[in-house]
Ligand binder design. Structure first.
Ligand SMILES: CC(C)(COP(=O)(O)OP(=O)(O)OC[C@H]1O[C@@H](n2cnc3c(N)ncnc32)[C@H](O)[C@@H]1OP(=O)(O)O)[C@@H](O)C(=O)NCCC(=O)NCCS
Length: 430
């Protein structure tokens, strides 16, 4: 092996199986055998949860279980109110999932034994399903609480006589009016968008759930990890980023200059491009149809014209054609805006339906043949070899932006404090 080592390659990167495979960003690595979802990246396709559609009885039972698991402990109110007044709702939701797990010690492998979810027997499956019902039932409750805390509203008890999205809308919007029923067009639109967002194979957040779940941690912690991953602007945060981008472009006339900035890599075109799809994301067509239905009752969003001009210009631009970049699902932000949701709530509207996808992958992993193997990838080490220790007094400083700690501005200290004098004060620097 050593004789065929390329210049710069290190012996330590070799194993008894040969040189380690480097696959940055998992471009070509399959880490699971899955029956959940298949994405045909060149043509487009999608599937869903327990493996087959339920019978009428199974459906009723499943719906009842989910809708009757909506209520959270009253203490969750204190938890939600403990966040700063302008906390991003995704920060609240991510923390809320981990917080939720602290109520269920019977569901925690750290306390009850590491095989509680992997045995595959009746009791183990029932325990797993109960956590699934709880997480699905409470996802809308926690998300609605994250919404209401920002609006300065009291919380409401989740209703059980509405659909999943109807209940979610009710929990966000009901202010005590009698017989409050959410608008059916908006309820249906949200339902369609929830279906579109329910699962999408091993995207970054589902992979994070599995990565975290592979240590056999409880499902609440694994879902919290997935939620954190989804928050990023390259993933679920893109629907928020799309609208911020459209606001920054302002009007159709500014589209050519913006696209030039994108091509010069000064700006990112959010809502375009996908790791798997190399054609228009098929979900984007349903998003457009849903948008038409919503706009009929809410009125068109003022950013729509800019979005359409951007779409038209990008789709005939050589840069985007050559790289097979087309709209993905994240232009649904226009619908959320028309429905009156605040921008920073958009990723929450992605996270809530994705909980079911995360759980499907987690469940499949717990039950996979041969048991769960911890996901522990290796790296290609390219750093320094062995170095001699140099005593502090004999060291010369290492200079360079990336190899020295940055000096930072201490934002907590005001100009007034800097100008004040007090015991132990070093020289004021303004
Ligand atoms: C989704 C995304 C992260 C996929 O990334 P990826 O699979 O690693 O693709 P790459 O970054 O390798 O992109 C391939 C090429 O297209 C370019 N590209 C990809 N997405 C682009 C975008 N939105 N705007 C401009 N250029 C883009 C890359 O710069 C790269 O060009 P190069 O080959 O000249 O270097 C990426 O397309 C992106 O950042 N999109 C915007 C964010 C977004 O909408 N995310 C939600 C996805 S559902």
């Amino acid at each position: 092996m050593a004789a065929s080592r390329a210049p710069g390659e290190r012996e330590e990167n070799e194993t008894e199986k040969g040189l380690r495979v480097s696959d940055k960003g998992y471009l070509n690595t399959a880490v699971m055998r899955s029956t959940i979802t298949f994405i045909d990246g060149d043509a487009g396709a999608y599937l869903l949860l327990y493996g087959a559609l339920p019978s009428a009885d199974q459906l009723t039972q499943f719906q009842n279980e989910v809708m009757h698991h909506g209520t959270v402990h009253a203490d969750a109110e204190h938890f939600c109110r403990s966040f700063r007044y302008d906390a991003h709702p995704m920060a609240i939701l991510t923390s809320a999932f981990a917080y939720l797990g602290s109520y269920y010690s019977e569901a925690n492998p750290s306390l009850q034994g590491q095989n509680i979810y992997t045995r595959g027997d009746k009791a183990s499956l029932a325990l797993m399903d109960k956590q699934i019902y709880r997480l699905l039932g409470k996802a809308t409750t926690l998300a609605a609480m994250a919404y209401r805390v920002r609006q300065g509203r009291d919380f409401v008890t989740p209703p059980t006589n509405l659909s999943y999205t109807g209940s979610f809308l009710y929990q966000m919007d009901h202010l005590g009016e009698e017989n409050y029923v959410p608008n059916p067009v908006l309820e249906k639109a949200l339902d369609t968008l929830f279906l579109l967002h329910a699962d999408h194979e091993l995207n970054a957040s589902s992979t994070t759930v599995l990565q975290t779940g592979s240590s056999l941690v409880d499902p609440y912690s694994a879902i919290a990890a997935g939620c954190a991953s989804l928050y990023g602007p390259l993933h679920g945060g893109a629907n928020e980023a799309v609208i911020r981008m459209l606001i920054s472009i302002g009007k159709p006339d500014n589209v050519p200059a913006f696209l030039e900035d994108v091509k010069q890599r000064r700006k990112v075109l959010s809502g375009f491009g996908h790791r798997v799809y190399k054609t228009s994301d098929p979900r984007s067509f349903i998003v457009r149809k849903t948008a038409d239905e919503v706009f009929k009752i809410t009125g068109k969003d003022e950013l729509l014209e800019t979005a359409m001009a951007l779409h038209a210009a990008a789709m005939k631009d050589e840069y985007f054609i050559k790289r097979k970049l087309a709209p993905n699902v994240d232009f649904c932000g226009l619908i959320y805006r028309a429905m009156g949701f605040p921008l920073d709530f958009f990723p929450v509207l992605f996270a809530v339906p994705r909980v079911v996808g995360w759980l499907a992958h987690w469940r499949q992993m717990m039950l996979q043949e041969g048991g769960v193997k911890i996901w522990r990838p290796r790296q290609i080490y390219v750093g320094e070899g062995k170095r001699d220790y140099v005593p502090l007094s004999q060291r010369t400083p290492v200079e360079g932006l990336k190899v020295t700690p940055s000096k930072v501005i201490h934002s907590g200290i005001t100009k007034r404090t800097n100008l004040a004098s007090f015991k132990g004060k070093v020289a004021a620097k303004l």
